[in-house]
Design a protein around this ligand. Sequence first.
Ligand code: ADP
Length: 386
Amino acid sequence: GGTADAIARGDYRQRAFIANRDELGTLAQSLNQASEALGSQLIELRVGGQQQATVLGGMIEGVIAVDDRQRVLFANRAAGKLFGFFPPQVEQRPLAEVVRHHTLLDTVAACLASARPQRLEIEWNGLSLSLQATPLPGEPCPGLVVVLHDTTELRRLESLRQDFVANVSHELKTPLSSIKAYTETLIDGALNDPEHNTQFLRRIEEQADRLNFLIQDLLALARIESGQQPFEIGSVALAEVAHACLDDYRPQAEAKQIRLVADPQADAGLLVTADPEGLRVICNNLVDNAIKYTPGGGTVRVAWRPAGGGRVRLDVEDIGIGIPAEALPRVFERFFRVDKARSRELGGTGLGLAIVKHLAQAFDGTVSVASEEGVGTTFTVELPAA
Ligand code: ADP
């Protein structure tokens, strides 16, 4: 009974020896056919299983299949990584031993009991996961498949966006409230008060300007970020851009008796690869800040030189109030200000450095800052040399 035993052992390649066409021969033949059919089905199953395992193994989603008694039938690598197990070792084990997450286990139980798909968000090890439990077809329900998707980054972006909208609303509200308050005061009689009416109108104008700057900065940032800003990237002479910027800001510097200088050692012919208009915005925003945050009588210096590795650096240096160490990593965030009241008073939008950072990145460059409170600040932009 070698052949029958072999088939029972799962070896379907065995063939019964066909002696003659008598009854035994017919039996042998049908045994061979059955064996062939079984074998090829099994091969199909194995190959199919292997392909499935490969596909599931490569998925970023965690996948766990369990039977009706909540024993693990299959788990992929991603699921193992999430819950700290080695997938081949958990097969046939109770899910509750493998995954110690109450909500997940409750959901699996509910899905098995109702034979209805379940979907919810769970937290695990500081991650946000979206969990979907889908019953396997059959009556009664033979098991289910759990798919876990890491939505941490999505949630983070969502909360960034919510914060941004909240910030923008707040920033728009402040000047609008002022405008409304001054307008009401004028309507309530101050209009006929020759001592104050012009003063109130000036305040309204100031606040309207602030709104305008804010909206311009927001639009600039949105355009750069969307990648829709049509930059004309080419070689630009840094000296030209820097001197144009210094000329623009001379009146503002003079009003505060601030010396605005270009490094005399700077190379007049140094070229960078950038969009000239964008480079000018970078330079303007940095010089504008340097003047704003430097007390009267100080100096603001702009310097540029090769930085090695095919890069060029532009430094804007002041001897102003400086930035506290704990605030340094945040200054490039939108709406971050060390001192909100001071920034507003100086006409700041809190977006200048965010714009600088995004522009620098759009030109394959970087921006960094070094500062000491009460000593001064240097912003450095590095760009590819042309
Ligand atoms: P703002 O419109 O408030 O100037 P920015 O994005 O340009 O917005 O700058 C963010 C914050 O970084 C400022 O509010 C200020 O606190 C700080 N900052 C920027 N530049 C300087 C500087 N040169 N010296 C000191 N603080 C600075």
